[in-house]
Design a protein around this ligand. Structure first.
Ligand code: ARJ
Length: 425
């Protein structure tokens, strides 16, 4: 492990050149974020501010980190999942002088050690995916909140928890719900998760999807994307849900809907995307077919109850990277991918750069808004804040432009018609 006290801790600094190539590849596919870099690198709006982030250390995240740094920020970073760090990318960031504490395969104690090092020098803003950094500040170092202007949160699970915290009056500073921007959840969560989850399952298993019973637990935005792409590959998709409207959407989309108890008996491949714990439990593992493949794509590793699985297993061995074969008392074999951690980031590279481009443009703007509110006496009361709708349109507009696409605009008559309450049949 390469560790320079106070500056970085990564797996192996000599991996930096490979990491740099990956980052350059991502840059070439992230035109919106790169255009923000070009625009604000001249103005240096983050000069004099420290931004601490806790988000998967991938090539896309590196483009965000280096954009913040190019715009004047002092950046410190840790990964938000023990299995999602790309060691090459982490090395390249350390070599570029970023304060980074992240390596693939860390344990829980090391995970929190990394977060704590990233706030040894108090940040002005925090950037989370899953809220572990902001919770560490709130639960263990609440005095830091006096120094912190605000934060941002990347994902659905994190935003849910922060809203609950705000309702209880426990939130100490304002947090932008980046996840809730349309150019985040309606793209990253759907098309990003759809592609990267299948990518992770395929890298870890290399199985044929066509003709398989593919069970998706949870038909939120992430589950919808996974189901759509699995269907496109020829799988027979089965959806399990607890929410009536979500189940209805799944059935009208052409998927089958049933309980997990029923799905467990016939599924070949399982993916959880619910944000809830214990979706697949001991009783389900026991009723599965020989050779069933089980994975999770939700943020936390609580959706598969692997404690119960391990109790039921008489044998376990790693059969391929990110794929453990459990032999049950009943003689059947069950394959668990990426230890039940988010399979798209642990077994593949996460969402493609093209979609993270928009998510991270929102992140960048959230921090810019916080700093500007701080400098201009804006409202910084503790609450969960939505990004403005105009920003979604602006990000989508730049994205379309970089894709070489043009769209129509309304004529003056059409604009007037839209609000003309005298018009009718
Ligand atoms: C960094 C990624 C990537 C990637 O935006 C996505 C989200 O909400 C997550 C929940 O933890 C994962 C995050 N994500 C997906 N792909 N973050 N780089 N390539």
């Amino acid at each position: 492990m390469d560790h320079k006290e106070g500056a970085y801790k990564v797996r192996d600094l000599s991996l930096a050149p490979q990491g740099r190539l990956r980052i350059e590849w991502a840059e070439s596919r992230m035109p919106v974020l790169m255009s923000l870099r070009e625009k604000y690198a001249k103005l240096k709006p983050f000069a004099g501010y420290k931004i601490t982030g806790c988000l998967h250390v991938t090539k896309e995240t590196a483009v965000l980190i280096e954009t913040l740094a190019a715009c004047g920020a002092e950046v410190a970073w840790s990964g938000c999942n023990p299995l999602s760090t790309n060691d090459e990318v982490a090395a390249a960031l350390a070599e570029a002088g970023i304060e980074i504490y992240a390596w693939h395969g860390m344990d829980t104690e090391e995970f929190y050690w990394c977060i704590e090092r990233s706030i040894d020098k108090p940040p002005h803003t925090t950037l989370d995916d899953g809220a572990d950094l902001i919770f560490t500040v709130h639960h263990k170092y609440p005095h830091l909140a006096d120094h912190i202007i605000g934060g941002s949160e990347e994902t659905t699970t994190g935003v849910h928890r922060l809203r609950a915290m705000a309702e209880d009056g426990k939130l100490l500073y304002p947090v932008y719900a980046v996840n809730d921007a349309e150019t985040k959840w309606d793209f990253d969560n759907v098309y990003g998760t759809g592609q990267s989850t299948l990518d992770g399952i395929l890298r870890a298993s290399s199985v044929m999807l066509a003709g398989k019973n593919f069970v998706v637990a949870g038909y939120g935005h992430c589950g919808r994307g996974v189901a759509m792409r699995a269907k496109g590959m020829g799988a027979n998709v089965i959806v399990t849900e607890v929410k009536p409207t979500a189940a209805l959407k799944a059935i009208l989309e052409g998927h089958r809907v049933m309980t997990m108890e029923e799905a467990a008996k016939i599924g070949d491949i399982f993916v959880t995307a619910t944000g809830m714990r214990d979706i697949i439990r001991g009783e389900h593992f026991l009723s599965m077919k020989e050779g069933a493949i089980v994975s999770n794509t939700g943020h936390y590793d609580v959706e598969l109850n692997l404690v119960e699985l391990r109790e039921l297993a008489v044998d376990a061995r790693t059969i391929r990277d990110n794929n453990i074969e459990y032999t049950l008392e009943n003689g059947r074999k069950i394959y668990v991918l990426a230890d039940g951690r988010l399979v798209n980031l642990a077994a593949a590279e996460g969402h493609p750069s093209e979609v993270m481009d928009m998510s991270f443009a929102n992140q960048f703007m959230a921090h810019l808004n916080l700093i500007q509110a701080h400098e201009n006496g804006g409202d910084l009361s503790p609450r969960v804040i939505d990004l403005p709708e105009e920003l979604d349109q602006e990000i989508a507009r730049i994205k379309l432009e970089t894709m070489g696409l043009e769209i129509d605009s309304l004529t003056e008559e059409q604009v007037a018609y839209a609000t003309d309450y005298a018009a009718g049949t």
